[in-house]
Ligand binder design. Structure first.
Ligand SMILES: Cc1cc2nc3c(=O)[nH]c(=O)nc-3n(C[C@H](O)[C@H](O)[C@H](O)COP(=O)(O)OP(=O)(O)OC[C@H]3O[C@@H](n4cnc5c(N)ncnc54)[C@H](O)[C@@H]3O)c2cc1C
Length: 368
C-alpha cells in the first residue's frame, strides 16, 4: 500500500487547487481522479473570477471570495512561471447587464447589502447612457448595469491544466482513471481504495465535486451537494469588442464569445437542449444585437456542484481529524484561496478561520 503525506480525491478545479497548494508546501501529495468520464464542472464553466454576486447575505463568503480575487494575480504568475501555462487571467472589472428597470433595481439593492457589510467592495450603477459608453453595440432596450472593479476572468481549462502541470512539476503524483470507491480510518490516518490500488496518508481531502457526497457519507461527514445544470454557447472568433467580462457574455483572448448560462434543476443530466440554447442566444442578442450575425460553433451543458445556499462547504471530520472535505460552486473564483489559505491550513491540520462559518452545520435544521 503506497504511502503519502496527503491524498486529495478529485482532480477538478477544487481538488487540483488544494493538491497544488499542499505540494507547494512540501507535502508529498497524491491526487486521485476519476477523470473526464466523470461529471466535471471544471471542463464546462464560464471562466469568471467574480466578486459582485458572492456572499451578499453571507459575509464570510464575501470575504473569502475577496481574499481569493486579491490573490488571483499571484496564482496566475506562479502557474505561468512554473509551467509556462497562461491562465488568461485579467482583472479589468466586470459588468452585470440588466435588461430592464426591475432587474437593475434588484441588483442595486443586492450590491448595497454587499457593500454595507464589506465596505472595501466598490461598485457603480450604470444607467443606459453610461453603459452604452462602456459597451459599444449595446442593444436599444437595455436598462443599465452594475460595474465592479473587483471582477475579472480567466480561461478555466488553462487554469485546470496549469494546476495539474504545476502540481506534477513540484513532484506531486497524479493518478487518473482512479475513482475512489472506499475510504476508511486506519492507524491514525486514512486508507482509500481504487480499482488501481490502495493508498494511505495521514491527511485525506475529499474534493470530488458531485462525487464528494457519497464518499463523505462513508465517514461522519454530511456534504449536501447536488447537480445544477448550466448551458453555455460559444461563437466563432470575432474581432475584439468586449474589453471586460459581462455576466453572461465573455470574449476570450482568442476572440470566441461565451454566452451563458442557465440554472436548471434536472438531476444528473448534462445534455444541451434547444429551448435553453435559444433562450441564451435571445438574451445575448438583446444585449448585443450584432451577435445575431455570429455563428455558434459549440454548445454544452455541465453540472454545477451546488450546495443548498450556493455557498461553499468546508469541513474537517470531528471523529477523524485530518479528514477534510471541500465543495463549492465557484471553483475558478476561489482557486487562489484554495491554493494558498485553504491548503496551508490543511497542511497544519486545521481549516482557515475564514471558512469556519462555512461548514455544513449551517444546514442542520434545513431539509436538503
Ligand atoms: C455552466 C457552469 C458555469 C460555471 N461558471 C463558473 C464561473 O464563471 N466562475 C467560477 O468560479 N466557477 C464557475 N463554475 C463552477 C466551477 O466549474 C466549479 O466550482 C468547479 O469546477 C468545482 O470544482 P470541483 O473540483 O469541486 O468539481 P469538478 O470540477 O466537477 O471536479 C470533480 C472531480 O472529481 C473527480 N471525481 C468524482 N468522483 C470521484 C471519485 N469517487 N474518486 C476520484 N475522483 C472523483 C472527477 O473526475 C472530477 O475531476 C461553473 C460551473 C458550470 C457547470
Amino acid at each position: 500500500m503506497a504511502s503519502h503525506d496527503a491524498i486529495v480525491v478529485g482532480g477538478g478545479l477544487v481538488g487540483a487547487a488544494i493538491a497544488f497548494g499542499l505540494q507547494r508546501l512540501g507535502l508529498a501529495t497524491l491526487m486521485l481522479d476519476e477523470g473526464d468520464v466523470a461529471f466535471r464542472a471544471a471542463r464546462g464553466n464560464f471562466g469568471l473570477v467574480w466578486v459582485q454576486s458572492k456572499g451578499i447575505d453571507f459575509p464570510p463568503y464575501a470575504r473569502w471570495t475577496w481574499t481569493s480575487a486579491e490573490a488571483w494575480a499571484e496564482l496566475h504568475d506562479e502557474i505561468r512561471e512554473l509551467t509556462g501555462t497562461d491562465t488568461g487571467y485579467s482583472r479589468p472589472g466586470g459588468i452585470d447587464v440588466c435588461v430592464d428597470g426591475g432587474e437593475l433595481a434588484a441588483k442595486e439593492a443586492r450590491l448595497e447589502r454587499l457593500h454595507n457589510h464589506s465596505p472595501h467592495f466598490k461598485y457603480e450603477i450604470l444607467d443606459r447612457k453610461a453603459l452604452a459608453g462602456v459597451l459599444p453595440g449595446l442593444g436599444p432596450d437595455i436598462a443599465g448595469g452594475t460595474y465592479s472593479p473587483a471582477d475579472g476572468h480567466a480561461n478555466p481549462l488553462y487554469l485546470l491544466r496549469g494546476l495539474h502541470a504545476g502540481f506534477q512539476a513540484r513532484g506531486g503524483r497524479r493518478k487518473g482513471g482512479a475513482p475512489v470507491t472506499a475510504i476508511r480510518c486506519q492507524g491514525g490516518g486514512f486508507a482509500v481504495s481504487t480499482r488501481v490500488g490502495e493508498y494511505q496518508a495521514p491527511r485525506l481531502v475529499l474534493a470530488a465535486g458531485l462525487g464528494t457526497r457519497a464518499l463523505a457519507s462513508q465517514v461522519d461527514l454530511d456534504i449536501p451537494v447536488g447537480p445544477q445544470r448550466g448551458q453555455i454557447l460559444v461563437t466563432e472568433r470575432l474581432k475584439p469588442f468586449l474589453h471586460l467580462p459581462v455576466s453572461r457574455v465573455r470574449q476570450t483572448a482568442e476572440g470566441s464569445v461565451l454566452l451563458g448560462d442557465s440554472q436548471e434543476d434536472v438531476g444528473f443530466d448534462d445534455a444541451a437542449t434547444s429551448d435553453v440554447i435559444n433562450a441564451i442566444a435571445c438574451r445575448a442578442v438583446r444585449v448585443f444585437p450584432f451577435l445575431a450575425r455570429a455563428r455558434v460553433v459549440r454548445a454544452w451543458g455541465a453540472l454545477r456542484v451546488m450546495t443548498p445556499d450556493s455557498c461553499p462547504i468546508y469541513e474537517q471530520s470531528a471523529e477523524s481529524p485530518g479528514l477534510f472535505a471541500a465543495a463549492c460552486h465557484s471553483g475558478v473564483t476561489l482557486a487562489a484561496a484554495h491554493v494558498y489559505g485553504l491548503a496551508k491550513a490543511i497542511s497544519e491540520g486545521t481549516l482557515p478561520d475564514a471558512v469556519t462559518p462555512m461548514t455544513a452545520a449551517r444546514f442542520a435544521h434545513a431539509p436538503h
